[in-house]
Design a protein around this ligand. Structure first.
Ligand code: GLY
Length: 393
């Protein structure tokens, strides 16, 4: 495979390329050029405060060279900032620049920045172009590809308690292009990097069922290089994972809920994971509570273990699948158990708040064999509880 990699998301007139490699942010110029020809004169750039300045500076230099005036807005990404208030202030900001319908929004950051920028782009003036420049492994292999955008909503329950419902409001809005510059990964702390590996491991465990046989074994063969973030391996890891995500999205762009398959399979680990991700007392290291709350990838790792164990209880899944999952997650430095979980009843209730739940059922993705998963709507509550028991430290 060459140094610069590209994967096409085949969505007819909404199709686009994902460019992957070291230094590929420079290709933004070629992406913006045709937009400039169609009249783009401004760009609104939403930047993650954790991304080194040189990447935002590079975007400014490229836009200036084309005669496009860029406005930068910076946010520090947290789940609570992914809110309707931030969305509103971004809309007010972009409107104040005189941004037109042909001017692009550019997201430079992880999934929170990409989701917010994408939703602003989907709704401002009924839709303007968005270019996703993901800077975390998680957003490169998952969040930036496939057009999911949105924000979290905080609700007050009848008993007065509050819940943060993740990604409850949003839209599908495909980007014009995704530019995944592997150099941006150097700025991530080790915990963020490991969190991204969780989505790659998820892809491995659904790969055979979506025509991407071999991904799980390739990752296992390269696990040392992956766990130590060896740059050439990271580019190949990103390309292989993006290819999986692109193929799933191409067949099921809008997550058709009648299919019980397709894009929904990408939610493996997520329904269990979302139930624990927004509990702010949970730490990925039981001996270090100050690491709370869980990062998304850590919650997904725990959620995948819970899903394997739930499937053993519900449908007799071979326990070796869960054991292999645990061994890979541990090798990658991800948690497989967590202390401080609330009661199973609370956790199952929190699962039913997940947006994958339908009126009366909780939809979960569970493995059926190595590399294959299915979506079920009728998992017995006892099996969901057995899943949570398995991750309780
Ligand atoms: N992250 C799951 C999806 O994009 O469908």
């Amino acid at each position: 495979m060459s140094n610069d990699r590209s994967v096409h998301v085949d969505l007819a007139d909404r199709g686009y390329d994902i460019l992957i490699g070291s230094g590929v942010l420079s290709k933004l110029e070629a992406v913006l050029n045709p937009m400039h020809s169609k009249g783009a004169r401004r760009a609104f750039v939403l930047v993650d405060s954790g991304v080194p300045d040189r990447f935002a500076d590079q975007i400014t230099t490229i836009t200036q060279s084309l005669g496009i005036k860029s406005t930068l807005a910076t946010i520090t990404p947290t789940e609570s900032i992914k809110s309707i208030q931030t969305y509103q202030s971004l809309l007010v900001h972009i409107a104040s620049t005189g941004h037109s319908r042909v001017d692009p929004v550019i997201a430079l950051g992880g999934g929170i920045v990409g989701d917010l920028a994408g939703f602003v782009a989907s709704s401002y003036r009924r839709g303007v172009p968005v270019i996703q420049c993901p800077t975390t492994l998680l957003s490169m292999v998952d969040a930036s590809v496939g057009g999911k955008t949105g924000f979290n909503l905080r609700i007050t329950n009848p008993d007065g308690s509050e819940d943060l419902l993740k990604n409850l409001v949003g839209a599908f809005w495909q980007p014009q292009c995704v530019i995944a510059d592997i150099d941006t990964l150097d700025s991530l702390d080790p915990r963020q990097r490991r969190s991204g590996l969780s989505e790659c491991i998820k892809h491995g465990f659904i790969s055979a069922g979506v025509g991407q046989e071999g991904l799980l074994d390739w990752m296992i063969q390269h696990l040392d290089a992956i766990s130590s973030f060896e740059p050439a391996t990271m580019a190949e890891l990103a390309e292989r994972n993006v290819a999986l995500k692109a193929s799933v999205v191409a067949l099921d762009e809008r997550e058709d809920t009648s299919k019980l398959g397709g894009r929904m399979l990408l939610n493996f680990g997520h329904t269990f994971g979302h139930a624990i991700e927004t509990l702010d007392n949970l730490s990925p290291d039981p001996s270090n509570p100050s690491l709370a709350p869980l990062h998304h990838g850590e919650a997904v790792a725990l959620g995948m273990v819970a899903a394997c164990r739930a499937a053993e209880h519900a449908s007799g899944l071979d326990p070796e699948i869960g054991n292999e999952m645990i061994s890979i997650l541990k090798h990658a430095g991800l948690p497989v158990q967590v202390g401080g979980l609330p009661s199973n009843q609370d956790l199952v209730e929190r699962m039913s708040h997940d947006k994958k739940a339908t009126a009366n059922t909780i939809r979960v993705v569970i493995p059926t064999s190595r590399g294959k998963c299915i979506v079920v709507e009728d998992a017995p509550v006892e099996s969901l509880e057995a899943g949570f028991d398995a991750i309780r430290a």
